[in-house]
Design a protein around this ligand. Structure first.
Ligand SMILES: NC(=O)c1ccc[n+]([C@@H]2O[C@H](COP(=O)([O-])OP(=O)(O)OC[C@H]3O[C@@H](n4cnc5c(N)ncnc54)[C@H](OP(=O)(O)O)[C@@H]3O)[C@@H](O)[C@H]2O)c1
Length: 236
């Protein structure tokens, strides 16, 4: 599958946040290989200026550092499933308040701050998209296996934040789109320990191509939704 992002007005800027991650780096590469955007900006905590999700000032500074052309696409590919000794919980016995708070900080509050500082930069006319990578496991309606309490709950919160921001966005930017996307299971450091046999694990390049093709097809009618890498809506 190959996307051209021809649905966007030519000459704008695209931004990938979390450009150092497995999926983020693949999206950056794919976007830079496409015509259409005048510049594709990579943001990450290792970049210049550094963008650290838990430091709002760094997010504001990164937003302020963008070149002066219309911002047409923001793709947020940040996120955290496990960190250090903290693995996704199998039982309520493993719930740890500090890890829960960290998961919410990175998977929900950080992306909300990205919306706070980047959504106002979207042009008032023409297609513009803010897409953040969520996860199917954040769907309450789809939760049949349990476990992964913190990640599931933080992604569910992210989905609600996206839906809420989309309503506000539509008031002044009727052609803009704000969505949460599920990339499927992708071979990255985030998923490596958990990609069970039977699950279809795809390389980041394939996931990036699929996600960009979905973004190319999105319109205002889809704003506020949660979609998988085929463009199928996922229940809340
Ligand atoms: N891989 C999958 O199978 C899968 C499935 C469903 C959903 N997702 C979602 O897809 C997204 C991308 O996942 P991935 O698999 O590409 O993971 P990844 O390779 O671990 O990348 C995570 C990205 O998040 C960034 N990040 C983490 N903490 C940060 C912080 N405090 N401040 C700024 N950036 C931070 C990382 O930056 P550093 O490089 O600096 O660490 C990295 O760029 C996540 O939201 C994940 O939940 C992935």
């Amino acid at each position: 599958m190959s996307a051209t992002l021809a649905s966007f007005p030519a000459g704008g800027i695209a931004v990938v946040v979390g450009a150092t991650g497995g999926i983020g780096a693949a999206c950056l590469l794919a976007l830079r290989a496409m015509p259409g955007f005048s510049q594709v900006v990579a943001l990450s905590r290792a970049g210049a200026p550094p963008l650290e999700l838990t430091d709002e000032a760094s997010i504001a500074a990164a937003a302020a550092s963008l070149p002066p052309a219309p911002l047409r696409l923001v793709l947020d590919a940040t996120g955290m499933l496990h960190e250090g000794a903290h693995m996704p919980e199998r039982s309520w016995r493993q719930l740890d308040p500090a890890h829960m708070a960290r998961s919410f900080a990175l998977n929900a509050i950080g992306p909300a701050l990205l919306m706070k500082h980047f959504l106002p930069l979207l042009p008032r006319d023409g297609k513009a998209v803010f897409a953040t990578l969520s996860a199917r496991v954040g769907s309450i309606g789809d939760n049949r296996l349990g476990g992964w309490y913190s990640y599931r709950a933080a992604k569910a919160a992210l989905n609600q934040l996206v839906h809420t921001a989309a309503i506000e966005l539509a008031r002044q930017r009727p052609e803009a789109v704000c969505v949460a996307l599920h990339p499927g299971t992708v071979a990255t450091p985030l998923s490596a320990r958990f990609a069970k046999a039977g699950l279809q694990v795809r390389p980041p390049s394939e996931a990036a191509a699929e996600l960009l093709a979905v973004i190319d097809r999105l319109g205002p009618a889809q704003s506020g939704g949660l979609f998988d890498h085929h463009g199928q809506a996922i229940p809340w």
